[in-house]
Structures are given as C-alpha cells and as structure tokens.
Design a protein around this ligand. Sequence first.
Ligand code: ZN
Length: 182
Amino acid sequence: MKFCSHCGRPVTLTVPADDDRPRHVCPSCGTIHYQNPKLVVGCIPVWEGRILMCRRDIEPRRGYWTLPAGFLENGETAAAGARRETFEETGARVVQLTPYLMVDIIHIHQIYLMFRSRLLAPDFHPTRESSAVKLFEEVDIPWDDIAFKVIEKTLRFYLEDRISGRFAFRTDKIETRGSIGN
Ligand code: ZN
C-alpha cells in the first residue's frame, strides 16, 4: 500500500503504539490500515464419481486446471460463496456442500476452505473465467497441469478419503512457494 485509502496522502510503514508489528499508517489523517488474510472458498463438485474441474482462462496460471474457488464476498456465507464461485467458473449448480478442508497459505495471506459437493445435474460449460470445464475420472486427472498446490492437495486428500468413504474435516498449511503456483 502506497497511499491512504481514506485521505489519499502517502502512508508510512511503522509500528503503531501498543502494537507489535509494522502497519501502513497515514501520517496525515492517522488511519491505521490493517491488512489480514483473505478467505478463498471453493468446491470439489462430484457427479457419479467424477470430479468437475475447470481450465483457467485468467491469470494467474492461465491454461492450468483447477477446482472452482475464489474470494468470499462480504455479506455471504462461506458455503454460498463456494456455490457462487462454482457457478461463475463452471456454470454448474452444486448442492449438499460439506466443509472438508482448510489450508493456511502463509506466504500469500490466504486461507482456503474447500467444500465437498454434488452437482445438481451434469450441466456445465466454459465461462468467462474458464476456457474448458470437464468431469474427470480419477485416472484422467491432469496432475502435471494443476494450477495451484492447494488444489493438488485437495484432490489428493479427497481421493485418499474416498477409498474408505470417511471424510473427516482436514487442515493443512502451505508455507513456501513451490514449483507450481502457490
Ligand atoms: Zn489518510
């Protein structure tokens, strides 16, 4: 952050009184701009054992495959956000959303919350954000072309748990940038 979103003057990075870490502080109007992690919500949409994935048509990682996920908006529940992102990226309606995996991604200040879900019907299509949308059998998942490490983790956990049919809520974290996007 370079300029104060309240008054437009340049901000400085400094530790405010009674705080323990640097913040962007506006010397002109005194506003302290706190920055905190963002929540990304998404789905593992399943239809008859196959998993719905989309090929990103936006940066970052354009051309790589992912599960539908995006930033939660103010005023919506996490599940509603996951359902909305799934529709925006795949054109598919999902039901029976169950929280499944939370991943802290420390270095990019994000927390992913992924839901298991079922497609209401096998209706989906490319969208403004996805150049292709497709149901994958496990053997066909494009592991070498997954957009983000958190999505690879989600798929591997899901496929592992599916063997036993027991899907306890999982947590994990990613602390460093890997060879693929976050
Ligand atoms: Zn200001």
